[in-house]
Design a protein around this ligand. Structure first.
Ligand code: AMP
Ligand code: MG
Length: 329
């Protein structure tokens, strides 16, 4: 581009590039320069910044409008790097070895050699760590050579993005670069487990289902205790919220409603999208946020959601829908 003048269209558009070698190299360079880079993971698109820099992390909170008391997950490429930042209990190590890379976040006590900055940890003596199972994400983190703080790349409280276009629609030019690696295969955020001292606790259901974690640990995970000092993920009850109201466990559509179906329960028509006609929960999770966005963009008064089973990844789907339906503040 010649000259320094920025045309209006350029000021309002986000820059999306393919997540190929050149895109990854540019993304890594921007992360090292404390800029914001959105990138695909297997769960949802992340809004990445250098997790070791308070200044870089401050930009994440500003771009998302996220309350600064809500800490961020730091993404790393190897278990050795994770061990630099967090102290692994025997249970944490078992989970990491079995499920990383993957949709599992571990909240651990900070290690003496930790680099994840205070702002990313919201001032806590704990650190949330994950190795994502997505080749673009791993390549970016490795090329940057930094822990990468990355919450979902959407305005706080809104629907999480599962395509590069969703990120551009939500964050526009507030993100310095968006790496396009196609749609996210899992479609819901990571499962968060706290391994602090003797206790192992499920803080948020997500892409890795409870039964697999319980099998690996050989114990049943206790429900999160409400009084526990750790703030719940998406601590506010209303989260993942479309503009339309959301009505759960609907048996049929009311006039004027859009339908988010599962397993072909509603009469099919233009107002309805089926998360999985074959009633497959993994397929439903992968479609969840994109279909919520699509129905919402049609401007219905409300979105009726068919009942969805709670087993497997259904626990995470129901968690997100409950928050989407919660009263808005
Ligand atoms: P997300 O909203 O997907 O970015 O997930 C971040 C969530 O992880 C937060 O809302 C917390 O519940 C949890 N979390 C992240 N960092 C920490 C930390 N240092 N200590 C405790 N929980 C954390
Ligand atoms: Mg989020």
């Amino acid at each position: 581009m010649s000259g320094s003048a920025i045309r209006p269209t350029e000021r309002t558009a986000a820059r999306i590039v393919p997540a190929n070698a050149a895109g990854i190299a540019e993304g890594a360079r921007l992360l090292r320069a404390e800029k914001l880079v959105a990138f695909p993971t297997e769960t949802v698109y992340g809004l990445g910044a250098d997790a070791s820099s308070n200044a870089a992390v401050a930009r994440i909170y500003a771009a998302k409008g996220r309350p600064a008391f809500n800490p961020l997950i730091a993404h790393v490429a190897t278990l050795a790097e994770a061990s630099r930042h967090g102290v692994f209990s025997a249970a944490a190590l078992r989970l990491a070895e079995k499920f990383w890379p993957g949709p599992l976040t571990l909240v651990l006590p900070v290690a003496a050699t930790n680099l994840v900055c205070e702002l990313a940890r919201a001032g806590r003596e704990t650190v949330a760590l994950r190795i994502p199972a997505h080749k673009n994400a791993l390549a970016l983190i490795a090329a940057a050579g930094l822990p990468v703080a990355a919450p979902s790349a959407n305005r706080s409280g809104r629907i999480s993005p599962v395509t590069a276009r969703h990120v551009a629609e939500d964050l526009g030019p507030d993100v310095d670069l968006i790496l396009d690696g196609g749609a996210c295969p899992v479609g819901v955020e990571s499962t968060i487990i706290a391994c602090l001292g003797e206790t192992t606790q499920l803080l948020r259901p997500g892409g890795l289902c409870r039964a697999l974690i319980e099998e690996a640990l050989g114990l049943a995970l206790p429900e999160r205790v409400a009084s526990h000092e750790i703030v719940a993920p998406g601590a506010l009850a209303s989260h993942y919220a479309p503009s339309a109201l959301v009505r759960l466990n609907a048996e049929r559509l009311e006039p004027g409603e859009a339908g988010l179906d599962f397993g072909g329960r509603f009469s099919q028509g233009p107002a309805t999208l089926d998360l999985s006609p074959a009633a497959d929960l993994d397929e439903a999770a992968a479609n969840l946020f994109a279909f919520l966005r699509e129905l919402d963009s049609r401007g219905p008064v409300s979105i009726a959601v068919a009942p969805i089973p709670r087993h497997g990844i259904g626990e995470a789907i129901n968690d997100r829908l409950k928050r989407a339906a919660a009263p808005r503040s």
